[in-house]
Structure formats: C-alpha cells, structure tokens
Design a protein around this ligand. Structure first.
Ligand code: ZN
Ligand code: ZN
Length: 347
C-alpha cells in the first residue's frame, strides 16, 4: 500500500512526523482529498497539552482544504479535480438537534470530528465524507481556504450577536478568533477595542489599526469605561476562555456577552442578581452552523483584511516546530509568549 507523510498525535506532548498508508475510498460517500494546506489551530495546541478531548494515534488538523482525487460510488456533489474546504465537524443529520436546525448540538458531534477523533489534514491525503466538502471559488487560495471553518464559527457568533453600527465592541483576546471578530467589528460597529497579552499579537492588532490594551499592564474596566464615554461595551466577545468575569465587568447594562474562547478547566464566579439587575445577555454558542457558505462568500468578496492574519507558511515536515511559535514548549508543556497569529502548513 502506498504511503504518505503525516503528523500523528501519539499522546499528550507527543506528535510525530511519520509515514502511514494513504487512506482508501471505502464508503459510498467517501471523498479522498490530496491535502493542499492545513492551518494549526489553538485547539491543536490544547490537544497536545491534554486540555481538549483527544484520541491517540490520530492525524491532527481540522483547518484544511484539498483537491478531490477519488470518490465513492454515491458521491455526486463534488468531482475529481474540485478544490474544497472542509467542515471538520461531522453532524449526523438524524438526531433531533440536527433535524431542528441546531446541528452544532448534534449528539454525535464530539465522536467524529476530523482532525480530533478521526484522521485529519496534517497529512498528504485525507478521507472525508462528501457532505463535509464545500467547493472553493478561484478567488480563495489554498492558504485562505484553510480558514473557512474558522470563519464559519465566527459568522455563527456574528449571527447571534446582531452587531449594530452604533455598538461599542470589546474583544478579549486577539488570537485568530479575536482577529476575525475584530475585522467584522471594524466594518460594522461604532468603536472597537481588543485586549491581548502577547507582544507579537499586540503588534498585529496595531498593524490592523485597532485600539489594543494589555490586561497585565492596564485596568481594562477603566479603559473601556473611558473609551465608551462612561457607557462600557454593548458587546463583549470573550475569545480567551478565561476572562468571563472580566467580560461581565466590561459590558453595559442591557449589553451582550459572547463566551467564545474554550477552556474546560476554567471556573468563574457570577452574581446572578447582577445579571438580572443589569439585564445582561449571555449568549452561548458552539462551532459553526450553516455558516460555511456565508464564510466562503465573505472571503470571496474580500470583506476582511486577512494580510496580517497569516504569520507564516511552512512545509508539513516543519510542522512540529510551529507549536513552539504558538507558545507551547512540547518538552515541558509550559507556555511561553506566542510568536505567531496563524501558521499554515503547505502540503
Ligand atoms: Zn480550529
Ligand atoms: Zn445529529
């Protein structure tokens, strides 16, 4: 059987460049992709830290696009030669959540995600179900094509927030997710500020023309109060996973908080009476939901400034080194300052 290069997650802290058999089309709805490019996500970093659910001996990588090279007997919506972006979250289509339009809550969503629970895109080839494929227009190159699913989650957030042109928006955390929300907010809202602790990402925020505060150096509640002429933010997007209490302190009465960053080890104290008294809207949501096509449309029309988003493009063979740039020392599992926004591997 022919072999391919792949980065395989072995266990917490252990990822290996190795050769494994090229997957073969078996199911009638299987699509075999020659992977073109794959992004390294904060989720992949969390998997390596053991802070996200994982499956040993899995090829990681859920942000990828590729070219169709083989299809199963029932495949009829994509054809050989098509370039497709992937929704890595496989929704069953049959549970009551799927059938009532809430596929992000599909009862099977955690059991089958590409690049988490089954082999993903950190490899030369990847087998995906046909319904996860979205054909890319020529305006979206392979590098940007890796970020369709990422944007799809943010579009789900935007659909929920209903951001208005007179909103004051605060985004806590300027990683890739904070970046994408900030691009939308710049296009739509009256005023936007972001917070970030890593010097590299603070510089990217400045390059994007954003107001940025380091919460280790300034009092963010004071800053947002001043910035909004005493009002505080109409919308606070919490994109770190560990600043929920701060989000509640920064939101104006009647305003919205979107807890978007994910860290299952974090606990927060809330005062229910204050949520009632200040009429705070806390809006939970998970993943994208019917937002892959909207995300493609947004990129196709170049609605977002994506230039400073991509820090570097490296070959698959150098992928392991990228975790260091993303702030994780694989030997000690200790954190260090990040030296990148998004790193993409060309395959
Ligand atoms: Zn991701
Ligand atoms: Zn389902």
């Amino acid at each position: 059987m022919d072999k391919m290069k792949a980065l395989v997650f072995r266990d917490v802290g252990k990822i290996e460049l190795t050769e494994i058999p090229i997957p073969q089309v078996k199911e009638p709805d299987d699509v075999l992709l020659k992977v073109k490019a794959v992004g390294i996500c904060g989720t992949d970093v969390k998997i390596l830290e053991g802070k996200h659910h994982f499956k040993k001996d899995t090829v990681l990588g859920h942000e990828f696009c590729g070219e169709v090279v083989a299809v199963g007997s029932h495949v009829r919506h994509v054809k050989i030669g098509d370039r497709v972006a992937i929704d890595n979250n496989i929704r069953c289509g049959f549970c009551s959540f799927c059938r009532m339009g809430m596929s992000s809550q599909c009862v099977e969503i955690k059991t089958s995600a590409l690049g988490v629970m089954r082999d993903g895109g950190y490899a030369e080839y990847c087998l995906v179900p046909e319904k996860q494929c979205y054909v890319l227009p020529p305006e979206i190159d392979d590098i940007l094509g890796t970020q369709v699913e990422t944007l799809a989650t943010v579009v789900n957030g935007m659909n929920t927030l209903l951001m208005l042109p007179y909103d004051y928006v605060l985004i806590l955390g300027f990683g890739p997710i904070g970046y994408l929300f900030a691009q939308f907010a710049k296009n739509i809202a009256a005023k936007v500020a972001v917070t970030e602790i890593d010097p590299f990402r603070i510089n990217v925020a400045k390059e994007c023309g954003l107001t940025v505060w380091n919460p280790n150096e300034v009092d963010v509640v004071e800053k947002i109060t001043e910035f909004t002429y005493g009002r505080k933010a109409d919308i606070v997007i919490e994109a770190t996973g560990n600043a929920f209490e701060q989000a509640l302190q920064c939101v104006t009465p009647g305003g919205k908080v979107l807890p978007f960053g994910m860290d299952s080890s974090v606990r927060a104290t809330v005062i229910p009476n204050e949520i009632t008294r200040w009429a705070t809207k806390i809006l939970g949501l998970y993943l994208g939901q019917n937002t892959m096509v909207p995300a493609i449309r947004i990129y196709q029309e170049q609605r977002l400034n994506m230039k400073p988003f991509f820090t570097k493009v490296i070959p698959l063979e150098q992928g392991i080194g990228a975790f260091d740039d993303l702030g994780l020392d694989l030997k000690t599992l200790q954190h260090k300052p990040k030296r990148a926004m998004k790193i993409v591997m060309k395959v």
